[in-house]
Write a protein that binds this ligand. Sequence first.
Ligand code: PGA
Length: 255
Amino acid sequence: MSRRKIVAGNWKMNLDRAKAKELTAAVAARIAEAGSTELVLCPPAAYLETVGAALHAAASAVALGGQNMHDKPSGAFTGEVAPPMLLDLGCRYVILGHSERRTLFGETDPRVNAKAKAALAAGLTPIVCVGETLEEREGGRTEEVVTTQVRGSLAGLLPAELEKVVVAYEPVWAIGTGKVATPQQAQEVHALIRSLLGSLASPAVAAKVRIQYGGSVKPDNAADLAAQPDIDGALVGGASLKADDFLGIAKAFGG
Ligand code: PGA
């Protein structure tokens, strides 16, 4: 089963409007370096329109994604962004349940699940993040934690919905720390996630789902991760803020 690789840049709460434009233009101009890898840019909500316009101006195949959203289509939810709004801004993807959302903003699996269903209903592809903390890994609880998160975040999705979802395995201890999981550690969890998806739907559906690795991915460690059979791309934080690094990672997955 060949799955198209997908590398997404999670800019988090970084850059200003001018820099967002500049980075978008640089990535769009150099998309050929990514080969067959699909590229997604996830700027802060405030710059989605700017980045979307820059991609449009470049007639770029680079996709746009949100970093978060509410699960309701509209209503009295001050400060939130609704799924149809992301769609309206040209987003095809939305990151859901990132560990920063889970730990800093109290997002639970049921909440991530509601958002995943809302994203799919709106026509957006969710990038659903899971991953254990250092304490959990050292306590031998990685499998249990990831299993609970996958089952909880993706509960009740129909097989036809599940096969569209992108899952991102991001060990919390590797995010922004420079400590990347070894390709073997990552592959082990990716294989676990794929077998869980198989039990939620079927092995045929699980074989279609793209599972990204995230956590200190850089151009110099991307090739070893890309060589693993169940690693289908990367969710990139820090390194996505530089065109050279982001494209270097994409190239490692698209070569
Ligand atoms: P990092 O972040 O690449 O800076 O470790 C990854 C992420 O949080 O998605």
